[in-house]
Design a protein around this ligand. Sequence first.
Ligand SMILES: [Zn+2]
Ligand SMILES: [Zn+2]
Length: 310
Amino acid sequence: MDSKTIKCNKCNNDAIIFQKYSGMHLCRKHFIEDVERKIKLTIRKHYSIKRNEVIAIGLSGGKDSSTTLYILHKLFGKRPDIELVGISIDEGIAGYRPDTIESARELTSKLGVRHIVRSFRDEYDTTMDKIAPQKREKGACSYCGVLRKSLINKIALEVGATKLAIGHNLDDEAQTILLNHLKGDVSRMVRLAPPKELEGLVLRMKPLRHIPEKEIALYAYLHDLPLGFGGCPYAHEAMRKEIRAMLNEFEVKHPGTKYALLSGFDKVSGILGREYPQEGLQKCIICGQACTENVCQACKLLKRDQSYNK
Ligand SMILES: [Zn+2]
Ligand SMILES: [Zn+2]
């Protein structure tokens, strides 16, 4: 059968996507409506937006973060009491990061959203291009992730953000849930649950957590948003790659697997949180950022604690 003849289940237009998990063929208009409806629901359910909020968006310039910004701007851009701020981090990865930061810059200026760009070089006096070839205790992604998260949180606090939106989609969430299970990492599972307020940490929100990656890509394409093909040259989380392949295979054979994994996790995460309460946070004695011990992960990775004690 010619795919062009398949009609939308909600109207008489041609379908542009078949959602195997819902059994629905959707046209452009109804697909966009469906994505935005799910995102509104996610925000209402997990992260209620109050009056006078500053929402920071971690903006890598790829399809997920660009879509997050685009949709938050669509939902809240006209509210005079809500401010959106895009935050991009230049980790110092030549041939990769400059392009995505340029995409982020174009999008924020098109939408009229404030954009802050800060670099590892200025903040930490190093770059991922310097860190990656060194002998390290952990993978390059751990360094990059810890340092980036710490810097984004710092900037979000500086601009008075009350929420920090990140572009994790359904695939990311499902992979992380399964990864934590397979590693038996309960404390990471607790941290994955929709978070509660902790002093010194801007509340993270994931508006895209109920949207499959493929649909984000289609949504981004339909809205002429950056697609960000070509990944980070240092990324090789071997186990995540295997899990990603396995989940995609499962999704084909058993549509709805990724949603099932997420909703099952959401059902038990409350119990997990009570059984394993998150530790209260204190301030890092070196940089002042919120952390669970007296020295934060970022300062430990940068070996700032060693020179501090001398
Ligand atoms: Zn339709
Ligand atoms: Zn620190």
